[in-house]
Design a protein around this ligand. Structure first.
Ligand code: AMP
Ligand code: ZN
Length: 136
């Protein structure tokens, strides 16, 4: 997509701190890292959100995710993989990307999200019924 910053990074039109590249995916350091080594992996083809991608297109990214993950795990003590879709979920750049965030002791980040303890059995079951109907 012409005006997309991550398309431009993946094609090399905009410089980046490249970590890895193959035919389908491009990985580079985040410009505003959450930790040292925070890496983004993007598909070279433009998709705005993950639900636009087919299983084949997702599988095409798996090699890059595998390779970079293994590197990050060797250089840190753990890792969070985040992938935001739409503004409500914190997506700022509308081109699918996986955040690989290395974790270090004492890095000041919380280990996990806060649990919601007020979700009822009915709400969970209603979601379950609906999502199963989409997955048929
Ligand atoms: P998200 O909020 O999931 O859309 O994440 C977008 C990420 O892209 C943020 O962590 C930004 O710091 C990062 N980012 C935006 N522009 C650039 C860029 N030109 N080079 C590297 N990272 C970028
Ligand atoms: Zn794009």
């Amino acid at each position: 997509m012409k005006e997309c910053i991550f398309c431009k990074i993946a094609s090399g039109d905009i410089p980046s701190k490249k970590v890895y590249e193959d035919v389908h995916a491009f990985a580079f350091l985040d410009a505003e890292p959450l930790n040292i080594g925070h890496t983004l992996i993007v598909p070279k083809k433009h998709f705005e959100t993950i639900d636009e991608m087919s299983s084949k297109e997702l599988a095409n990214m798996s090699k890059a995710i595998e390779k970079v993950s293994k590197g990050v795990m060797k250089l840190s003590e753990g890792m969070n993989i985040l992938q935001n879709n739409n503004k409500i979920a914190g997506q700022v750049v509308p081109h699918v990307h996986f955040h690989l965030v290395p974790r270090y002791s004492g890095d000041g980040h919380v280990p996990e999200w806060g649990r919601k303890h007020n979700i009822t059995e009915d709400q969970s079951n209603e979601f379950l019924r609906k999502i199963k109907s989409f997955l048929k």
